[in-house]
Design a protein around this ligand. Structure first.
Ligand code: PCA
Length: 213
């Protein structure tokens, strides 16, 4: 089995992106599973072009994109991508769509079709803070969460895709008092556990990861 795992380049004035730092440090193989690691641009239009090329080139069974969610605590596994771009800042190509669909012909949203609860549980089993997220935001990460699911539905039936957000790295918050952060080693260990759960879980766990607000 092959899993495509992507990270993003830095954006929003940061000089590193924890997603690419962590993805780069993942092993080549997880048991029988080959990890195909790649960087995609924090640019809405180009991100999906590059992802499509990677899917065509490697034909992975699963695609797991990883991004930075600065300000969040712990690792968050995304449940859903919504069909809207509403960018508070321009992406790395200078594009700043406001209230535009990701795909005009697409449904309002796609649920991620990976075993998201098993992934959250696997990260927690490592002693690392993790939760299920019901919003990937409205920037490039949501664009990619929704966009890859759309591409799968229309061009690559049977594949599974999803998204994981990482908090800031410790070194990124030196000048941001009170901002949550995580060590790179924990991110790599958490991602590895999530990828293993992804590869091994056919039917997701059934327990509540819900929130009351
Ligand atoms: N995080 C951004 C885009 C790239 C990244 O790493 C986001 O959450 O949309």
């Amino acid at each position: 089995m092959k899993i495509l795992v992507t990270g993003f380049d830095p954006f929003g004035g940061e000089s590193i992106n924890p997603s690419m730092e962590a993805v780069r440090r993942l092993p080549e193989m997880l048991g029988q599973v080959r990890l195909i690691k790649a960087q995609i641009p924090t640019a809405a239009r180009r991100s999906l072009i590059v992802l499509r090329q990677l899917i065509e080139q490697h034909d992975p069974q699963m695609i797991c994109c990883v991004g930075q969610a600065g300000g969040r605590r712990g690792i968050t596994v995304e449940r859903i991508g919504i069909n809207v771009d509403d960018f508070r800042i321009p992406d790395n190509d200078g594009d700043q769509p406001v209230d535009e669909p990701v795909f005009a012909q697409g449904p309002d949203a796609y649920f991620v079709n990976l075993p998201v609860k098993a992934m959250v549980a696997a990260i927690r089993n490592q002693g690392i803070e993790a939760s299920l997220s019901n919003s990937a935001g409205t920037f490039v990460c949501n664009h990619v969460t929704y966009g890859v699911r759309y591409l799968i539905e229309h061009h690559y039936p049977g594949k599974r895709s999803g998204f994981i957000h990482l908090p800031f790295l410790t070194q990124q918050v030196a000048d941001k008092p009170g901002m949550p952060a995580m060590e790179l080693e924990e991110m790599v260990r958490g991602l590895t556990a999530a990828l293993e759960a992804m590869a091994q879980t056919e039917t997701d766990l059934r327990y509540s990861e819900g929130t009351l607000n």
